[in-house]
Design a binder for this molecule. Structure first.
Ligand SMILES: Nc1ncnc2c1ncn2[C@@H]1O[C@H](COP(=O)(O)OP(=O)(O)OP(=O)(O)O)[C@@H](O)[C@H]1O
Length: 304
């Protein structure tokens, strides 16, 4: 069932030597969610994933992964998680089939045809007999994803999963993940710097800065919170002359479109009524703020 809380992180801190990397980080992730973990280089994203997977231990705080604590139950947790990080953990002298067969044994995957299904799904069928050492960065990344999915994990941690992939590879991997999540209800935590890639993939986002979650929510929630104005794209025969309509800033676009900026939703209906007094309107669309502009707003507000 989707919608139950699967991952809970409460005030987790972690330091390396004197450097505090996670600083009372708190985060929740629902079952079946694709959560985008965003933040600048060094924010602590990879460290958080490693702590969640029980690979490194936190100094303080509490974590629950479906009721398990990674400090005590790391082994149990890793049985149901798949992880893709920068170091893919593949054996370069072995070919793709041998690599996946090796990890299938470790995970106790009985159905060996899954190896060939995954190789096909990630476009590696023609390269399955070549040693990984001869693979391109993108091919290694796709194989790392196949490896992470071998045991059909219920949680996937993906650290920059599209790094090194060409546009076709990016599209393949992201649509595969979305479909996989839809079909299996797998919870996915995904870190990436390429925000526009995540926009249509993640159901919610958490922003990490200096080891602290500074905001989180769905794109819609964040848009509502951070939008200072609403841009309307209106298909109308009205022509703009003095840069405003009914007192709102406005610009003329091509093909009978205008863009009007209002401050609040309540102002939309009166504005449209006013235009309709003398002109036709064929469509109205709200131009949404993209994830990237919201990301910068959140960060600049946090640094004020
Ligand atoms: N094992 C370690 N020993 C010492 N310092 C570490 C270790 N792992 C991470 N760090 C430090 O912790 C900080 C956060 O690193 P982390 O990899 O978690 O950031 P990130 O948000 O994933 O960054 P990026 O976007 O660059 O991948 C960095 O300054 C890094 O040097």
């Amino acid at each position: 069932m989707r919608g139950d809380r699967l991952i809970t992180v409460r005030e987790v801190s972690k330091s390396f030597s004197n450097q505090r990397v996670l600083n009372k980080t708190s985060l929740t992730c629902q079952k079946g969610e694709i959560l985008g973990l965003l933040g600048p280089n060094g924010a602590g994203k990879t460290t958080l994933i490693r702590v969640l997977n029980g690979v490194i231990l936190p100094d303080s705080g509490e974590i629950s992964i479906n009721g398990y604590d990674p400090v005590i139950d790391g082994h149990e947790i890793r049985k149901v998680t798949g992880i893709v990080t920068e170091s893919a953990g593949l054996y370069h002298q072995m070919n793709a089939v041998e690599n996946l067969a090796f990890f299938a044994d470790i995970y106790g995957v009985k159905n060996k045809s899954r190896i060939y299904d995954l190789l096909r799904q990630f476009g590696l069928d023609d390269h399955k007999s070549k040693p990984i050492g001869t693979y391109s960065t993108g091919m290694k990344k796709r194989l790392a994803l196949a490896k992470a999915l071998l045991h059909e994990p219920s949680i996937l941690y993906l650290d920059e999963p599209t790094n090194g992939l060409d546009p076709d590879g990016i599209s393949m991997v992201l649509s595969y993940l979305k479909e996989y999540n839809y079909q299996n209800g797998t919870t996915v935590l995904i870190c990436s710097h390429v925000l526009h890639q995540l926009e249509n993939v993640c159901s919610s986002f958490a922003f990490l800065d200096n080891g602290h979650i500074i905001d989180s929510g769905s794109l819609l929630q964040l848009q509502e919170k951070y939008s200072t104005h609403i841009k309307l794209n209106i298909h109308t025969n009205m022509k703009i002359e003095n840069g405003n309509v009914s007192g709102f800033p406005c610009e003329q676009l091509e093909n009978n479109h205008i863009r009007v900026t209002v401050n609040h939703k309540d102002e939309i209906s009166p504005l449209l009524k006013n235009i309709l007094l003398e002109h036709w309107i064929h469509s109205v669309a709200i131009e949404e703020q993209d994830l990237e502009s919201i990301y910068f707003m959140i960060r600049s507000r946090n640094n004020e």
